[in-house]
Design a protein around this ligand. Structure first.
Ligand code: NAD
Ligand code: DAU
Length: 355
């Protein structure tokens, strides 16, 4: 499929990887991003001078701006990545999560609906509103529970996951009530290049390279399912092209790992890939710290629907994906330095000092 896509949050981690992929497929991108602490134009550096990547700094909750972008660029789809995305920040300060993830998504839906209603029938039939969401809306699993399916009831436990659940419900309602052709995806933990280093993987690998403690929450046995970001972006492209309006698709890597296993694997890879750091064996930096309040114990994703209906499956193995990720952070020192601004340092002090 080709055409113009309005991508929101396309300067963040997953959004920028998606934008780069779509440009390589020749789709024109209008990229609306507020550039919060998590948004970074360096993520899109290789598109500098590309006339088919239009970057607009702004808020998904700015109705007049969204309306103008839809009218001016006539997209065939809206892909909504824009969100506050970090669980620990939602515990410290939930308000912006409600504002962007729920209220912002509501405003975006309202404008998308008004635009869609004005489209001629044939273009209206092809239009899609793809909402990128998370497996965290399903809550926490016990050790023997089956993986989340698309029919698992929502039981969000953090302000972040509750705000994402709220946005998912709105998106679903706009399909059922107004017929807006929406699709929701619920994906597991992504890792890969361009992830802001407040999240587990980049935080651990960058701390290790600098000889800083590696702060593992609780007993380190909480389990997440891990997916390389390019695999997620490929799944999103397929869902946009071939998914059914009104449906939800779970996306995951079939790769459940305990946090401590992730951290130990990062350390072992760094011992091989960066022996010159001076901190090998990097595993000696592991430090257990006070747990995250309300910390979900286990997530696991059943991806059989997207496999069966759209023929998608994760391609990257965990070891090769993690190796590529570490290589990217080692090779992109300019990016790393740019994100370690004063506000990042402040966050690290607030979140980890004396924990
Ligand atoms: P991120 O925090 O790296 O990026 C979010 C982007 O949204 C940033 O560029 C930020 O500037 C922008 N943004 C924030 N508020 C905005 C607003 N009001 N208007 C416009 N732009 C705004 O997040 P990410 O990890 O790339 O996640 C992207 C989406 O995917 C989120 O919706 C998240 O819930 C979902 N998701 C993430 C993961 C993951 O593991 N990272 C997994 C599943 C789903
Ligand atoms: O499951 C999908 C979700 O994955 C996305 O919706 C979120 O946007 C994304 O941030 C991620 O949420 P998590 O809370 O799972 O990711 P995070 O990287 O913050 O933490 C992963 C696990 O590692 C979690 O069990 C908490 C633990 N952890 C995290 C940090 C930052 C630590 O032990 N130490 C840390 O310093």
């Amino acid at each position: 499929m080709s055409g113009t896509i309005l991508v929101t949050g396309g300067a963040g981690f997953i959004g920028s990887n998606f934008v780069l992929r779509q440009r390589s497929c020749k789709n024109r991108i209008v990229n609306l991003d507020l550039l919060t602490y998590a948004g970074n134009l360096l993520n899109l550096q290789e598109l500098n001078g590309d006339p088919d990547h239009v970057f607009v700094q702004g808020d998904i909750g700015d109705r007049a701006l969204v309306r103008k972008l839809l009218e001016d660029y006539q997209p065939v789809a809206v892909v909504n990545f824009a969100a506050e995305s970090h669980v620990d920040r939602s515990i410290e300060s939930p308000e912006s999560f409600i504002q962007t993830n729920i209220v912002g998504t509501f405003h975006l839906l309202e404008e998308a609906l008004a635009y869609w209603k004005r489209l001629p029938a044939e273009r209206g039939d092809r239009f899609r509103f793809l909402h990128v969401s998370t497996d965290e809306v399903y809550g926490s699993l016990g050790p023997a529970d089956p993986a989340f399916t698309e029919n698992t009831p929502y039981r969000p436990n953090s302000p972040y996951s509750a705000s994402k659940a709220g946005s998912d419900h709105l998106v679903r309602a706009y399909y059922h009530t107004f017929g807006l052709p929406t699709i929701i995806t619920n994906c597991s933990n992504n890792y890969g290049p361009r992830q802001f280093p407040e999240k587990l993987t980049p935080l651990m690998l960058l701390n290790a390279l600098e000889g800083k403690p590696l702060p593992v929450y609780g007993d380190g046995l909480n389990i997440r399912d891990w997916l390389y970001v390019d695999d997620h972006c490929e799944a999103l492209s397929l869902v946009w092209e071939r998914g059914n309006p009104g449906e939800t698709y779970n996306i995951g890597g079939c790769c459940e790992k305990a946090n401590i296993e992730i951290v130990e694997t990062i350390c072992a890879l760094l011992d091989e890939m960066a022996p010159e750091s001076g901190y090998a064996p990097h595993g000696s930096l592991i430090t257990y710290v006070k747990d995250r309040p309300g910390h979900d114990r286990r997530y696991a994703v059943d991806c059989s629907r997207i496999e069966r209906e759209l023929g998608w499956r994760a391609k990257e193995s965990f070891e090769s994906g993690l190796g590529k990720t570490i290589r990217w952070y080692i090779d992109n020192r300019e990016w790393v330095e740019s994100v370690k601004s004063g506000s990042y340092r402040d966050w690290m002090v607030r979140q980890y000092t004396g924990r």
